[in-house]
Design a protein. Structure first.
Length: 92
C-alpha cells in the first residue's frame, strides 16, 4: 500500500482522481467541465455535505486524515488537490 502512496503525489496525477470523486458525489458535476480553478461550491454546486463526502472518499482511498479545519480553505479543486498532495507526502 505504501508504494501506491509514493507514486501518486503530484497534482497532475491527483487531479483526475479528485475529479472522479467529485463526480461520484455530485450528479450535477458530471455535466460540467472541471478544471483545477473550478470553484467547488459556486461552479460545481457542491454543498458543504458534498465536500465532506468527497473528503471522506479521499481519506478512505488514500488512508490519510484531512483536518476539517482545512475545509474553509478549499475554494477550488486545486486547493483540495494540494491539500491531498500535502497529506500524502506527510504520510509517505
Amino acid at each position: 500500500m505504501m508504494n501506491s502512496l509514493k507514486t501518486v503525489e503530484s497534482s497532475s496525477e491527483l487531479f483526475p482522481v479528485v475529479v472522479g470523486l467529485i463526480h461520484a458525489v455530485s450528479a450535477k458535476s458530471k455535466h460540467l467541465e472541471i478544471t483545477p480553478q473550478s470553484l467547488l461550491l459556486e461552479e460545481l454546486a457542491l454543498d458543504s455535505l458534498d465536500l465532506v463526502r468527497v473528503i471522506m472518499l479521499i481519506e478512505d482511498r488514500y488512508h490519510v486524515a484531512i483536518d476539517l479545519d482545512e475545509v474553509p480553505k478549499m475554494k477550488r479543486v486545486n486547493d483540495l488537490t494540494a491539500i491531498l498532495g500535502r497529506e500524502l507526502r506527510a504520510a509517505a
